[in-house]
Design a binder for this molecule. Structure first.
Ligand SMILES: Cc1cn([C@H]2C[C@H](O)[C@@H](COP(=O)(O)OP(=O)(O)O[C@H]3O[C@H](C)C(=O)[C@H](O)[C@H]3O)O2)c(=O)[nH]c1=O
Length: 191
């Protein structure tokens, strides 16, 4: 493996490499048998703020192009960092700054993640995450720094005018729960 298993590109100008979301592109080792890539590396990601031990790893499949999942986050003290790894298909991946007092609160960053480009997004604590499937048959792996805590789960509306997220495709297949999150103008303080 070269000196770093990833090429890391911070996505939120001014947030600093160690506090904002980042695009994490894997650098697979290719030979005549195929390829080998590291998909998570605590040491390499600590440089951009990965906070601690891996608490949970999830695998999600999304069948239909245009489907939106999210935007999700866990409220403190269960806030989590995530590495969202696309291992099949392509997604438009979005992270929204929800940090109280942040000069970029409710600003978002977006990037295309795909198996073909070997890309992932680092989503720090204090950011909500969502994505839209750009193809059928998406598979994502999520590495979480905190365990799932249903009581701490919350979210933002994908179509909130206060967020102004431009989804590339007509939105399809969103869950009733995700479609019913409050707008940021209606949300309870601290929610
Ligand atoms: C995360 C999680 C969920 N669940 C249960 C809760 C629901 O009954 C069911 C599906 O969860 P959800 O609808 O939140 O799944 P997604 O909408 O795909 O959420 C995922 O996609 C968005 C974009 C993210 O950023 C979340 O981190 C990620 O979990 O699994 C569990 O039992 N354990 C878990 O660790």
């Amino acid at each position: 493996m070269s000196t770093s298993p990833f090429v890391i590109t911070p996505l939120l100008p001014g947030a600093g490499a160690a506090t904002g979301p980042a695009l994490v592109r894997r650098t697979p080792l290719v030979d005549d048998r195929g390829a080998f890539a590291r998909i998570f590396c605590a040491e390499a990601l600590a440089e951009i703020g990965w906070p601690g031990p891996v608490a949970q790893i999830n695998h999600s499949r999304t069948a239909g192009r245009g489907t939106v999942r999210g935007l999700h986050f866990q409220r403190p003290p269960h806030a989590e960092a995530k590495l969202v790894i696309c291992i099949r298909g392509a997604v438009h991946d979005v992270a929204v700054d929800i940090r109280a007092g942040s000069p970029t609160r409710y600003a978002h960053v977006a990037a295309e993640l795909s198996a073909e480009t070997a890309t992932a997004m680092y989503v720090p604590e204090g950011f909500a995450h969502g994505f839209q499937a750009l193809s059928d048959d998406i598979e994502l792996i999520y590495v979480h720094s905190a365990p799932y805590t249903a009581a701490a789960e919350s979210g933002l509306r994908h179509d909130d005018p206060g967020l102004a997220i431009a989804w590339p495709l007509p939105v399809a297949g969103i869950s009733a729960r995700d479609a019913s999150f409050p707008l940021i103008t209606d949300a309870e303080p601290g929610s």
